[in-house]
Design a binder for this molecule. Structure first.
Ligand SMILES: Cc1cc2nc3c(=O)[nH]c(=O)nc-3n(C[C@H](O)[C@H](O)[C@H](O)COP(=O)(O)OP(=O)(O)OC[C@H]3O[C@@H](n4cnc5c(N)ncnc54)[C@H](O)[C@@H]3O)c2cc1C
Length: 457
């Protein structure tokens, strides 16, 4: 009987899982393997919120495998060494895994292929596991990737998706392959108090609830900060507890303008992945540089620290930053405002902000985080690189009665809608009693500094 190893990475599910399906083809035995690799931690990915979510995912994956007669095998160490070791213990002929886009993932795949081949084994890498459309499947005539979303989206939408696959009915794991104990969420320190639960079971529950009662209003309500009317599926897409192919199929079946707008956002995720696949250096370097000489030194660090702490004196920015700390997640409009404020109003390097987001975001993701930061900093694919979001006008537009600010900024919890986005305009006694900080910089000064830096003044 043939034996295969399935290496799980960013695809922690059983439903719609092409590597698992391929490994089980013909009724063979399978080792479902996850490797906790210290190199991933050393590269700065091991943030507490993501480790806690990961623990939920691994436990849920194990439980779902056990329902089918199998179990998850967890190993700790260098991925290549551990996969080769498990393949030898199980006497496996093949290893199956999902393709991924970061420089780290590319290197891991190359090393693994070489090592397995040296042992006489084969590595199969499957696409459309972590994206709906594979990076590179659609390209413009003159380049290896799209740098503009609209034409990408046109081609992406026209691309036929493969059918979603059911979870397997039975999984037989060779007895001789042992596992390290699975981690527990409770063992992780420094987790945000409002962190959501992980795992495929929870992801599928959320997706079903979203398509039943959330997606229809998505188009009108997705920017309503207080309404919190987005799917919150990002951690599940990041850890692969949901399949993007299945998400798109099911949303399209739900139909309507809301579902269409939602699918368009999922396409943004694929868009960023095809950029990073073609330009892995964009995780750390400007995609399109303006030769920015970002502010450095003590003043800039002090300003960045007020931003991290949600004490800039701009309520909508501070609310978003405090939501991030409390939940390990932030609304997209908040992410845009927070990133614009750091990179443009404070003129601090986008990498400083991206690092802080990666330290806290449960969905913190190389492609989506770094490239969205670059978008907002104007060093990425935005065709209007010098746009600056005004936190006061944006606050009034996307949080008109101030409910989002009052929810997260406790100093302003009792301030009425009219004053909540401009607390510096409150009458002196009321303003003083809030204890809320003065603006770290005036918007006019910040804008002027940015325009001079980009030589657009
Ligand atoms: C500075 C900044 C940093 C970001 N960092 C991340 C990150 O690390 N990880 C991450 O998944 N998203 C990131 N985003 C994109 C976006 O903010 C989140 O995906 C979204 O807020 C997640 O909430 P949701 O699941 O409710 O999204 P929904 O609005 O319900 O959208 C559905 C899905 O589409 C995808 N999506 C939505 N908006 C975007 C977008 N602008 N770019 C790419 N994909 C998108 C996500 O997978 C999301 O789950 C970032 C955006 C900005 C501006």
């Amino acid at each position: 009987m043939q034996t295969s190893v399935v290496l799980f990475t960013c695809d922690l599910r059983l439903s719609d899982h092409p590597p698992l399906r391929a490994a089980l083809h013909g009724g063979g035995r399978v080792v479902p393997l996850f490797v906790r690799d210290p190199a991933v931690d050393a590269a700065g990915f091991a943030a507490p919120n993501r480790l806690a979510f990961l623990s939920d995912c691994l436990r849920d994956l194990d439980a779902r495998l056990r329902e089918r007669g199998g179990r998850l095998v967890l190993r700790e160490g260098d991925t290549v060494t551990e996969v080769c070791r498990v393949a030898a213990e199980a006497d496996a002929d093949e290893v199956h895994m999902a393709g991924d886009v970061s420089a780290f993932a590319h290197m891991r795949e190359r090393r693994l292929r070489r090592a397995l081949e040296a042992d006489g084994r084969r590595l199969y890498v499957h696409d459309t596991v972590c994206t709906a459309v594979a990076p590179g499947a659609v390209t413009p005539a003159s380049s290896d990737h799209f740098a503009v979303f609209t034409p990408y989206y046109r081609r992406w939408s026209a691309q036929g998706l493969r059918d979603a696959l059911d979870a397997p009915g039975a999984v037989v794991v060779p007895e001789q392959v042992g596992s390290a104990p699975l981690p527990k969420r409770g063992d992780v320190n420094g987790v945000s108090p409002g962190l959501c639960a992980g795992g495929e079971t929870e992801g599928r529950r959320r997706l079903t609830a979203w398509l039943r009662s959330g997606v229809a209003a998505y188009e009108e309500c997705h920017d309503d900060l207080a309404g919190d009317a987005t799917s919150r599926l990002s951690p599940h897409l990041h850890f692969g507890t949901l399949s993007p192919v299945e998400v798109v199929h099911r949303a399209r079946r739900a139909g309507g303008a809301g579902a269409e707008a939602f699918v368009r956002q999922v396409a943004w995720r694929d868009f960023n992945r095809q950029v990073l696949a073609a330009r892995p250096d964009a995780a750390a370097r400007d995609y399109r540089t303006h030769r920015d000489r970002w502010r450095g030194g003590r003043d800039a660090e002090a300003d960045a620290q007020t931003w991290r702490e949600g004490r800039t004196g701009y309520p909508i920015v501070d609310a978003a930053m405090r939501q991030l700390r409390h939940e390990g997640w932030m609304h997209n409009r908040g992410r845009l405002l927070a990133a614009s404020f750091l990179t443009k109003t404070l003129y601090v390097d986008w990498r400083v902000g991206a690092r802080h987001f990666l330290d806290l975001l449960v969905d913190g993701d190389m492609a989506n985080n770094q490239l969205n930061w670059q978008w907002m900093a104007g060093t990425g694919t935005d065709t209007r690189p010098n746009r600056v979001l005004n936190p006061v006008t944006q606050g009034k537009r996307y949080d008109p009665d101030g409910a989002y600010v009052r929810r997260w900024v406790e100093e302003l919890a009792d301030v009425k809608a009219a004053g909540v986005h401009e607390p510096w305009k409150l009458p002196a006694p009321e303003r003083g009693s809030t204890g809320y900080p003065e603006p770290v910089v005036s918007l006019a000064e910040g804008l002027d500094r940015f325009k001079r830096a980009r030589a657009t003044a």
